[in-house]
Ligand binder design. Structure first.
Ligand SMILES: *Cc1c(COP(=O)(O)O)cnc(C)c1O
Ligand code: SF4
Length: 459
């Protein structure tokens, strides 16, 4: 080769770039005092996982025992009693928490409330921030977008996420919230099926909840077949948090997996798409057990997409989100969405700013295949629906006010998302302390957004 030729060789990547392949191995649960004698077959048993879920601070204490300090347990006990969501954490998730540093741990932050971490709610926050009940024609069905609807067949989940958007309905009543009733029985679901059958524009049904993991196999088939039988329904998605916090169910609950497979296979023969939507948030949720479970889904031809929530201290940095996205791709799970954390009560310390989202989005784009790259969205409070996070009409970054328009969903309206106040400057925080100044700042942001010549109705 002559020495003027230029070879464009990319430098080798640093070893830490392969961290996404480095999944937790072995019997990692054995370091938890209550699980030290639990063998692999028992730990992989989904019934054992369900039965040993931690629901109270006393159960937490008897599971992790003296690994944490008495102060920590006092903090947790107070956190449990103040939380708007009931608590339920699977042994799988418990064993992935670093109990030497539980305050900062990304899995603890999602599921175990601590009183010490709580921040005051944003002054503009309401309980059902997405106004799902305003778009609900029959109990348990949300029809917001023209051609798709959200079916909520039950109100329980294998774990309860502190940040759940549906804390107004999901889980048992808590000291702070009486939950709205959803339709929870096959008899009650008939109203939803009838409504869907009468609306030919509805092609796409999301079965969420609550959680598909909680549906017994016969009800998966009942719902799946009822929807497949409606000629205009072309696409269905079963949504579940399960694989992220109890992947063993896919390995050991054969009847459940067979029911999902039967609906997917029947749909395929009818030319209809049936897929699974998962909800991984932290790279640590993915272990050798997850890999094994997702491999089974892949072999059965069950296509899987993931929806994450952008959560402070869990996945809100460039590196953490990139690691999560690459790890999902490695498992053949398409990273579909990353949501702004909804404006939910009692979890202000988990929210982050629109600017953090756009910065993370910019970094992740270009890291891997485009189809494995998530779209970052803000589900606009007030019922505007999902908006590309960077598509705001105006963003007052100093005061943390983003204004979105949703022309095909609610034309002529402005929808507002507010950054958490503790992430703003001291001056901006002082402005938020005064109601009249809040109103002025919001009015100004909406005016600058210029949707509908100030004739707009606020969310
Ligand atoms: C998210 C959502 C859907 C599905 O929206 P996609 O953008 O297609 O994933 C449908 N209905 C409601 C009410 C939703 O919130
Ligand atoms: S699994 Fe989904 S519906 Fe259930 S608590 Fe978590 S976010 Fe809410």
């Amino acid at each position: 080769m002559n020495d003027t030729a230029i070879r464009h060789v990319k430098p080798p990547v640093a070893p830490d770039q392969f961290e996404y392949k480095n999944l937790k191995q072995g019997e990692f649960w054995r370091h938890i005092p209550a699980y030290k004698d639990v063998d692999e077959a028992t730990f992989l048993d989904h019934l054992w996982q369900q039965k040993h879920a931690v629901k109270t601070s006393e159960e937490l204490l008897s599971t992790i025992k003296d690994v944490c300090s008495p102060q920590f347990f006092a903090d947790a006990a107070e956190g449990f009693s103040r939380a708007p969501m009931a608590v339920r954490v699977s042994p799988y998730a418990i064993s992935l928490i670093d109990w030497n540093d539980p305050i900062a741990d990304p899995i603890r932050r999602q599921f175990v409330p601590l009183a010490s971490g709580l921040l005051p709610d944003h002054p503009r926050l309401t309980l059902d921030s997405l106004h799902e009940q305003d778009d609900s024609p029959v109990p348990g069905l949300v029809h917001r977008y023209v051609d798709k609807a959200l079916f909520l067949p039950l109100n329980t989940c294998p774990v309860y996420c502190r940040f759940c958007t549906r804390s107004y309905a999901i889980g048992p009543d808590t000291e702070n919230v009486d939950k709205v009733a959803l339709a929870k029985t096959p008899k009650q679901w008939e109203d939803a099926f009838r409504y869907i059958a009468e609306r030919p524009e509805l092609e796409d049904i999301v079965i969420s909840g609550g959680d598909t993991y909680q549906l017994p196999p016969k009800n998966i088939e009942l719902i799946g077949n009822a929807l497949l039988d409606i000629p205009h329904v072309r696409r269905m998605r079963f949504a579940t948090k399960g694989p992220a916090i109890m992947p063993m169910k896919i390995i050991t609950h054969t009847e459940w997996l067979d029911a999902i497979t039967a609906i997917v296979d029947r749909g395929r023969k009818m030319g209809k798409e049936v897929v699974l939507h998962t909800h991984f948030n932290a790279p640590e949720e993915i272990t050798w057990i997850t890999e094994k479970a997702m491999r089974i889904l892949f072999e059965r031809g069950i296509f899987t997409r993931n929806q994450s929530v952008l959560i402070r201290g869990v996945n809100d940095t460039r590196e953490r989100m990139q690691l999560l996205v690459k790890r999902l791709g490695h498992l053949n799970v398409h990273a579909y969405y990353v949501y702004m954390h909804d404006m939910v009560k009692g979890v202000e310390e988990l929210r982050t700013t629109i600017h953090t989202a756009t910065d993370t989005e910019k970094f992740v784009r270009g890291s891997t295949a485009g189809f494995n790259t998530p779209t970052f969205v803000c589900d606009a409070p007030g019922g505007g629906g999902k908006r590309d996070v960077h598509s705001y009409e105006y963003y007052d970054r100093v005061n943390g006010i983003a204004v979105y328009a949703a022309p095909s969903v609610k034309p002529g309206k402005a929808f507002l998302y507010f950054d958490p106040i503790d992430k703003l400057s001291v001056d901006a925080q002082a402005r938020w302390a005064v109601r009249e100044i809040q109103d002025q700042m919001i009015h100004e942001a909406v005016r600058k957004a210029g949707i509908g010549d100030e004739q707009l109705v606020l969310a």
